[in-house]
Design a protein around this ligand. Structure first.
Ligand code: ADP
Ligand code: MG
Length: 253
């Protein structure tokens, strides 16, 4: 896609859990080559929105289009193959495997159906190819010195970057990151921000979910704000910070 093209179009997506409306007819677009923020207090419906977009959860109603193609209704595996990579709010690495193995295996499992059968059928040659590709992605995000470290031995900030490398190994057009900065120290946040801006400068489209406004405000010029499942506001960081409904949502809790 060209910079500024619509990569993702989320149209009135809705998710009900029993009587709870976790995502209430939310619409927004993500443009190519930009970092967009999706923010809101805890429980706003941000992670659920990611799960709806990526096919992890079925929609109650609404549609999602990616690169002009309707993807709502497809499986999570199909959606990831089409080019949407993601990370989860809680780190999902295999702590006793190396960084390289995590990136290679994670990509392989997501690209192929059936965990056990895919492990059994992984030929030597494709294993070498996967490791080579994983190494390229690790180096792309500055993990070149950590390839053979056990993932579980790394600091949280590095683990989050390993998860990004794993998402990149499927060659996505769009990356969805769920609270990648949560719990990180100042320096780790700066390192993460540098990785994300470099990816953006390479043309990657990124949707950042954050609970903490400060981190995302420095990286984006466009934010969508949710609260209690509903769409609250949209605009530049300056506009959002002055929006009375947003201030109320964050301070009023
Ligand atoms: P956020 O990521 O913005 O903090 P979530 O999307 O995780 O918010 O949650 C939105 C709301 O949906 C919350 O009230 C949460 O308790 C509820 N919720 C999330 N997942 C489930 C689920 N699987 N079953 C029932 N309720 C859920
Ligand atoms: Mg969440």
């Amino acid at each position: 896609p060209q910079k500024g093209d619509t990569v993702l179009r989320v149209n009135k997506i809705r998710k009900e859990f029993g009587g709870l409306v976790a995502v209430n007819d939310i619409s927004f677009e993500v443009k190519a080559g930009q970092i967009m923020g999706l923010i809101g207090p805890n429980g706003a419906g941000k992670s659920t929105s990611f799960n709806l977009i990526t096919g992890v959860l079925p929609l109650t109603s609404g549609t999602v289009e990616f690169m002009g193609q309707k993807i709502s209704g497809l499986s999570a595996r199909e959606i990831s193959r089409l080019g949407i990579g993601r990370t989860f709010q809680h780190v999902q690495l295999l702590p006793n495997m190396t960084v390289l193995e995590n990136v290679a295996l994670g990509a392989h499992l997501r690209a192929n159906s059936g965990v056990v059968s895919s492990l059994l059928h992984l030929e030597r040659e494709s294993e070498a190819r996967l490791l080579k590709e994983a190494k390229i992605q690790c180096e792309r995000v500055g993990l070149g010195d950590y390839l053979y470290e056990k993932a579980g031995n790394l600091a949280l900030g590095k683990q989050r970057i390993v998860e990004i490398a794993r998402a990149l190994a499927l060659d996505p057009t769009l990356l969805l990151l769920d609270e990648a900065a949560a719990g990180l120290r100042y320096k780790e946040k700066q390192d993460l921000a540098a990785v994300l801006s470099a990816l953006r400068d390479e043309g990657m489209s990124i949707l950042l979910v954050e609970h903490d406004m400060d981190f995302v405000m420095k990286l984006t010029n466009h934010l969508v704000v949710m609260d209690f499942g509903t769409y609250l506001a949209e605009g530049s960081p300056a506009e959002i910070q002055q929006n009375p409904a947003v201030i109320e949502a964050y301070l009023g809790g």
